[in-house]
Design a protein around this ligand. Structure first.
Ligand SMILES: Cc1cc2nc3c(=O)[nH]c(=O)nc-3n(C[C@H](O)[C@H](O)[C@H](O)COP(=O)(O)O)c2cc1C
Length: 204
């Protein structure tokens, strides 16, 4: 019987490198804030509600490596804003199917409504991205949502939504890395401890 060997999947530089894996994680997070098509652009964030866990997709707006912080936008009237006011622990999960990398982040969320960060993020966002904040109360029952008329949003037309706009920052406490490879998976845990990353390989 002829055995055709499985072609060896190449090993990336970070394969057996804890520091390299962490750097790759930050690189992918940073890229996702600029590239709308990046897989890490739309992670799932889970929060704790009185009725159990709640998870939803959010757009990653910024990732600050020095502050170990992720930045999202949300509506102060949303369920998650209410949940985070009671319990600010969140889990954020990213997966890039092409690169076969999963990141599971645990962090502490904070809502910014009227500080310089909120003002700056509101100023820098495009009017189209801010249109939803002047919409009627999210999640309220309705006959059929009243759609916008298709006209281009402008600073003026979205201005009323500023009162409901919030920046949701997540201070990263722990980051778990998982890289899938045919030869063997690599799982690692990075914990921010005493002003530095404590890193450790884990069994996958
Ligand atoms: C691709 C995609 C991107 C989204 N981006 C955001 C976002 O940046 N901020 C946000 O609050 N909701 C976003 N949503 C909607 C949320 O997933 C969710 O439906 C909404 O925030 C209400 O969630 P909550 O009731 O748990 O607060 C997005 C949904 C999808 C599918």
């Amino acid at each position: 019987m002829l055995i055709i060997p499985h072609p060896q999947e190449p090993f990336p530089n970070f394969y057996n490198d804890l520091n390299g894996s962490l750097q790759m994680a930050w690189k992918m997070l940073g890229r996702a804030t600029k590239d709308r098509k990046a897989a890490f652009r739309t992670p799932v964030m889970a929060s704790v509600s009185d009725d159990g866990p709640q998870a939803r997709v959010l757009v990653l707006r910024a990732a600050d490596i020095d502050r170990r912080e992720l930045i999202f936008h949300t509506d102060t009237r949303s369920g998650k804003a209410d949940q985070l006011g009671k319990d600010n622990r969140v889990a954020v999960t990213f997966y890039d199917a092409h690169r076969k990398i999963q990141l599971r982040i645990n962090g502490i969320a904070q809502l910014h409504t009227s500080d310089t960060l909120a003002d700056q993020q509101w100023r820098d966002a495009s009017p189209n991205a801010l249109r939803c904040f002047s919409a009627p109360l999210p999640a309220a029952p309705c006959a059929l949502p009243s759609d916008h008329d298709g006209s281009e949003a402008t600073r003026k037309t979205v201005a009323a939504g500023r009162q409901f706009f919030a920046v949701l920052s997540v201070g990263i406490v722990q980051l778990e890395w998982l890289y899938l490879h045919t030869h063997g998976q690599r799982r690692a845990l990075f914990c921010w401890h005493e002003e530095q990353w404590k890193m450790q390989w884990l069994n996958p």
